[in-house]
Design a binder for this molecule. Structure first.
Ligand SMILES: *[C@@H]1O[C@H](CO)[C@@H](O)[C@H](O)[C@H]1NC(C)=O
Ligand SMILES: *[C@@H]1O[C@H](CO)[C@@H](O)[C@H](O)[C@H]1NC(C)=O
Ligand SMILES: *[C@@H]1O[C@H](CO)[C@@H](O)[C@H](O)[C@H]1NC(C)=O
Ligand SMILES: *[C@@H]1O[C@H](CO)[C@@H](O)[C@H](O)[C@H]1NC(C)=O
Ligand SMILES: *[C@@H]1O[C@H](CO)[C@@H](O)[C@H](O)[C@H]1NC(C)=O
Ligand SMILES: *[C@@H]1O[C@H](CO)[C@@H](O)[C@H](O)[C@H]1NC(C)=O
Ligand SMILES: *[C@@H]1O[C@H](CO)[C@@H](O)[C@H](O)[C@H]1NC(C)=O
Ligand SMILES: *[C@@H]1O[C@H](CO)[C@@H](O)[C@H](O)[C@H]1NC(C)=O
Ligand SMILES: *[C@@H]1O[C@H](CO)[C@@H](O)[C@H](O)[C@H]1NC(C)=O
Ligand SMILES: *[C@@H]1O[C@H](CO)[C@@H](O)[C@H](O)[C@H]1NC(C)=O
Ligand SMILES: *[C@@H]1O[C@H](CO)[C@@H](O)[C@H](O)[C@H]1NC(C)=O
Ligand SMILES: *[C@@H]1O[C@H](CO)[C@@H](O)[C@H](O)[C@H]1NC(C)=O
Length: 452
């Protein structure tokens, strides 16, 4: 369908909300003035879930039938009211455009858990304000690990794309955290209670801590996301995980580039049926299951995870499973736990190339407990079973040379069927030793050169 150019312009000038299919105006692009052209809606991307698939169905997302443009003050003043208005106007079947070249400032915590059949087309930049007092008070408290988020996006059938950027204004937070580790730093992107959605072609920058929390969600795909943002001074950007999944299932994270300083992806309690594939991770703590078993009385389940085709460089770990022991332990002042129960099962890490990574593989059931005697005395209440780690290549860093991996459970009873196959990873001096402990049959699979 074509609509006459004069009508398209008249509609654009008359109202921010109009009812033409979102893809129709781009055909007239050369005839439109630059200001109007900048406002055109992008076509929804269609990145396939490939090559692996979690096996479950993802619901279809019908086309949108109206478009709403988000206004901006353009001077650093809070644009949240404009954002909320456009989203409300276009909820239930519309397409919201954050225009290319424009900067939107968000200084108000936005509860977007009411979304339904809507596309958020972020072409410009959304920057969260640097008012650390406000955000510490009003960012959404997700309870788990004291996590808070700038906004929470949830509902059903939501697509986010457009090639634009979300900027967490992290530096003020890195500086504040250096003075006080107990401050609550918001997570950049909160996917909370989303059922059916795709987040694609988005750049995420300078998150105060984790970049993504995916909680209480099902059937969500992240594709073609770039993550980066380092501190510009000596105060490090800490805990900048790429993704953390929690109480979520049927999730895909793929085709993305992550430059960060903590887990590239982390499967937290009750993460099931997840595929992570085709990622380039640099500077991270690896693709991690856990930490789990942190809280006494809680049951943590992580199962049916497939991690495929990852490039991992300048990292502390490649594949990692971290479980707290059965006794209360501390990793740092703001990270302690132990004694929780549950199960990690059916986890596959298939194809990873590593470069300058401290441990290619690390499995521990003594997380946060340096005293291994004590850890073995109080074995973890969380079992690890049916884990396959295969087709790893590359060279570790010199940190643990001659070791390239660490495979330590807290008791032979708590870990079973752990397979390491076709792993060709060497230390810089050409060795391939592993520290092994309490994993039945592990010594027939790798060179255990140290036990503990
Ligand atoms: C916070 O942002 C405001 C407006 O953008 C700016 O004037 C101010 O210098 C910033 N404060 C800090 C601490 O970066
Ligand atoms: C998830 O849902 C549970 C149960 O309804 C709720 O208690 C919790 O606050 C929700 N959010 C998160 C992040 O767990
Ligand atoms: C939240 O942080 C406080 C320290 O500020 C800590 O004592 C508490 O255990 C944390 N809670 C959770 C759920 O992690
Ligand atoms: C990924 O997203 C960027 C915008 O952030 C876009 O330019 C690029 O074309 C996308 N890649 C693919 C394969 O679609
Ligand atoms: C593996 O991931 C890389 C990106 O890191 C991609 O270029 C390549 O095509 C992927 N391989 C397969 C088999 O999907
Ligand atoms: C990769 O990570 C290292 C170490 O954190 C960092 O120095 C380097 O700049 C990163 N590379 C890129 C391309 O960002
Ligand atoms: C995780 O799932 C288990 C088993 O269904 C359940 O007992 C537990 O309460 C769940 N934990 C959370 C944090 O939702
Ligand atoms: C194990 O997980 C894979 C996905 O990674 C799934 O296809 C398979 O069905 C699961 N196996 C069992 C026994 O659930
Ligand atoms: C690893 O870090 C070094 C700097 O420490 C950097 O030169 C290199 O590009 C990084 N590797 C990748 C793949 O980004
Ligand atoms: C480790 O724990 C054991 C058992 O409780 C204890 O005897 C030993 O003193 C501890 N070692 C250190 C270094 O604290
Ligand atoms: C942990 O397991 C031990 C047995 O190893 C059991 O005595 C204890 O009650 C369990 N604790 C929890 C919190 O489940
Ligand atoms: C263990 O080391 C020996 C000697 O370096 C080597 O021949 C053998 O292939 C290694 N085994 C494995 C499973 O890597």
């Amino acid at each position: 369908m074509r609509i006459p150019t004069y009508l398209a312009i008249a509609l654009l000038e008359a109202s921010a909300v109009f009812a033409v299919p979102s893809w129709s105006s781009s055909e007239h692009l050369p005839l439109l003035s630059p200001r109007v052209a900048a406002g055109r809606a992008s076509k929804r991307p269609n990145h396939p879930i490939a090559p692996k698939h979690p096996g479950r169905h993802f619901p279809a997302s019908p086309p949108r039938t109206k478009t709403c443009y988000v206004k901006s003050n353009g001077n650093g003043k809070d644009d949240s009211a404009y954002v909320l208005k456009a989203i409300k106007d276009c909820n239930n079947g519309g397409h919201v455009v954050f225009e290319r070249g424009k900067k939107y400032t968000v200084g108000t915590a936005l509860d977007l858990t009411f979304l339904k059949h809507i596309d958020l087309d972020i072409q410009g930049t959304i920057q969260f304000s640097n008012d650390t007092d406000y955000w510490q008070k009003y960012a959404f408290k997700q309870v788990f690990q004291n996590a808070t988020t700038f906004f929470q996006l949830g509902g059903t059938d939501v697509n986010v794309y457009g090639g634009g950027t979300l900027d967490g204004n992290g530096q003020v937070w890195y500086d504040l955290y250096a003075k006080d580790i107990y401050i609550l730093r918001p997570i950049l992107f909160g996917t909370i209670g989303l059922h059916g959605g795709k987040i694609e072609d988005i750049n995420m920058r300078y998150s105060p801590q984790w970049y993504n929390l995916v909680a209480n969600s099902t059937d969500v795909v992240f594709s073609n996301i770039t993550i980066s943002g380092a501190s510009t001074n000596s105060n490090p950007a800490k805990n900048t995980d790429g993704w953390d999944t929690y109480r979520s299932s049927n999730i895909v994270i793929q085709n993305s580039h992550i430059d960060n300083g903590d887990d590239c992806v982390s499967f937290k309690p009750n993460s099931t049926d997840i595929v992570v594939q085709n990622l380039v991770c640099n500077g991270s703590h690896g693709i991690s299951v856990g930490s789990l078993g942190q809280y006494i009385g809680e049951v943590d389940i992580v199962k049916n995870i497939y991690v495929y085709n990852i490039s991992m460089s300048n990292a502390s770990d490649g594949a990692r499973i971290k479980v707290w022991p059965g006794i209360s332990s501390a990793l740092s002042g703001d990270l302690q736990g132990g004694g929780g129960s549950g199960a990690v099962s059916n986890i596959t890490y298939d194809t990873m190339s590593i470069a300058n990574v401290d441990y290619a593989i690390e499995i521990t059931q003594c997380y946060g407990q340096k005293n291994l005697t004590l850890c073995n005395q109080f074995p973890s209440n969380l079992t690890i079973s049916d884990v396959t780690i295969k087709k790893f290549t590359g060279t570790t860093s010199k940190k643990y040379d001659p070791l390239v991996g660490y495979l330590v459970c807290s008791s032979p009873k708590t870990c079973s069927n752990i397979k390491i196959e076709d792993v060709d990873v060497r230390s810089p001096t050409g060795k391939n030793g592993y520290q092994c402990g309490s994993i039945p049959g592990i010594e027939t699979q790798v060179n255990c050169t140290k036990t503990g």
